[in-house]
Design a binder for this molecule. Structure first.
Ligand code: ATR
Length: 272
């Protein structure tokens, strides 16, 4: 049996186990995927034990995506670029770190925007780890970013730490930013609208209307269609669900571990 798992804190509500178990079934892999709650001080032990116990790899989630770099003996270029690891794979001697969040974002967005062709003007709401990974995923196309956050100083810090064209501001200025710029993509990288507060949205339908034709991408995936995406759809805008990113990052991890094509459709059904 091949052993896999998720390391994070908390992990109880993660859909990764279900998604990967379905992938094993579909591809005939005799696999086990567990969810392991690992606190900050226990990370090194968990990673080393995984190797001793014969695990093939792990997904790594909040709050360990940056700390785990220290315990990797090698980083793939995706992890280098993101300065964060969400997938590790054990080889006989090495612990290799990857970041499949990047390909997850790109594959999900590519369904609505041709990312390779465009020089995008991107508005990002939020300035945490999720915002950073979206920006990392998109910055290779010489895109322009404006980062708007509830706490403006955090947006400033993220913006100034990037090696791409970016500016920052307060989240209060979101509607104005959409009005004043020729925006291609709006990303919600805050938890606003997440279960159980599903009535909340960073923008109303009215605030989204008559601002041009950009795509709205919400990283929140529970519910699948958030209030923001519903408002956007009703305002006539194209939308991309966070669930797509979740499934594609999982699919990419599965492919790294097994060398097989991931059964994306079945994985998506399973998490829905
Ligand atoms: P993640 O790793 O998921 O990005 P994070 O690093 O905690 O998580 O970042 C969460 C982001 O969502 C932050 O930018 C946070 O804003 P603050 O910097 O002001 O805390 C933002 N956020 C969280 N709750 C929010 C809310 N109710 N309204 C607006 N922004 C919110």
């Amino acid at each position: 049996v091949m052993l896999f798992g998720l390391i994070g804190d908390p992990v109880e509500h993660s859909v990764s186990p279900v998604m990967h178990r379905v992938a094993f079934e579909e591809t005939g892999i005799d696999g086990f995927y567990g969810a392991f709650n690992v606190e900050k001080g226990e990370l090194e032990e968990a990673i080393l034990n995984g190797q001793k116990d014969g695990f093939t790899g792990f997904n790594i989630t909040i709050p360990h995506k940056e700390d785990v770099i220290e315990y990797c003996t090698e980083l793939d270029e995706t992890a280098e670029k993101a300065e964060a690891v969400n997938t590790i794979k054990y080889t006989e001697k090495d612990i290799i770190g990857y970041n499949t969040d990047i390909v997850g974002v790109r594959r999900a967005l590519n369904e609505e925007i041709d990312l390779d062709k465009m020089d995008l003007d991107v508005v990002v709401a939020g300035a945490g780890g999720a915002a950073k990974s979206v920006i990392t995923a998109l910055k290779q196309n010489t895109n322009k970013f404006i980062i708007l956050n509830r706490t403006k100083s955090k947006a400033k810090k993220l913006s100034e730490g990037l090696d791409v064209e970016s500016s920052y501001g307060s989240l209060d200025g979101l509607e104005d930013a959409l009005r004043d710029r020729d925006v291609d993509l709006l990303v919600n990288a805050t938890p606003v609208g997440m279960h159980p507060k599903t009535d909340e949205s960073i923008l109303s339908k009215d605030e989204l209307s008559d601002k041009g034709s950009f795509v709205v991408f919400d990283l929140v995936y529970n519910p699948v269609e958030t209030k923001l995406l519903k408002n956007a759809r009703e305002a006539g805008l194209k939308t991309v669900e966070g669930l797509g990113m979740l499934v594609y990052q999982g699919a990419a991890s599965f492919e790294i571990w097994t060398g097989l094509n991931a059964p994306v459709e079945a994985m998506k059904k399973a998490v829905e």
